[in-house]
Ligand binder design. Structure first.
Ligand SMILES: [Zn+2]
Length: 176
């Protein structure tokens, strides 16, 4: 162990604690911090002006990229739903009692097709989310898993639509 402050190389017979320099009593960890900081300031000050410190600039970029990487944010906007189709099905189900048997069957078929679309979308969303969670990785600095933030989770909305459609289909199928 060599002291970063005074350059003294520690000998096995030195009695000072392992974390302290026997010559100048500096705490090694503290000395290394003091050495690193001025370098960082110097590097950022000469950023762009000097071509000589490319190595240091490169490592700074890596640190920056890694820190950004740890705060990964996953935007996920999937099936926002078709509002006009939604209100259309409300209107058609209100008018269902006035319809003929044939129209009623058509309506059921349409609703079942719509239900299938939502169920497929939900399945796809589940698969996509699972895949994103699996690929999220860990932060190389903290060793903790990267944070997985889901924006606009489509699943509750899809569940709601599916339940509503199932109820509507049950209602329609009850009619003679
Ligand atoms: Zn020292």
């Amino acid at each position: 162990m060599q002291c970063l402050k005074c350059g003294y190389v520690r000998k096995s017979e030195d009695i000072a604690p392992e974390w302290q320099c026997p010559a100048c009593q500096v705490v090694y960890a503290k000395a290394s911090q003091n050495v690193v900081e001025p370098q960082m300031i110097q590097t950022s000050a000469s950023f762009g002006a000097s071509k000589q410190s490319n190595g240091t600039q490169f490592s700074l970029k890596i640190i920056f990229a890694t820190l950004v990487g740890c705060g990964l944010y996953f935007g996920y906007s999937y099936f926002s739903g078709n509002t006009s189709a939604g209100s259309a099905s409300i209107i058609s189900s209100v008018g269902a009692s006035l319809r003929s048997e044939k129209d009623n069957q058509e309506l059921i078929t349409n609703k079942k097709a719509e239900l299938k679309t939502y169920e497929d979308a939900l399945q796809q969303a589940e698969a996509d989310i699972a895949k994103m969670k699996a690929e999220v990785g860990t932060c190389p600095i903290t060793g903790q898993p990267n944070q997985f933030t889901l924006k606009d989770d489509p699943r509750p909305g899809l569940h709601g639509k599916i339940e509503k459609l199932k109820a509507e289909i049950r209602q329609l199928e009850k009619k003679p």
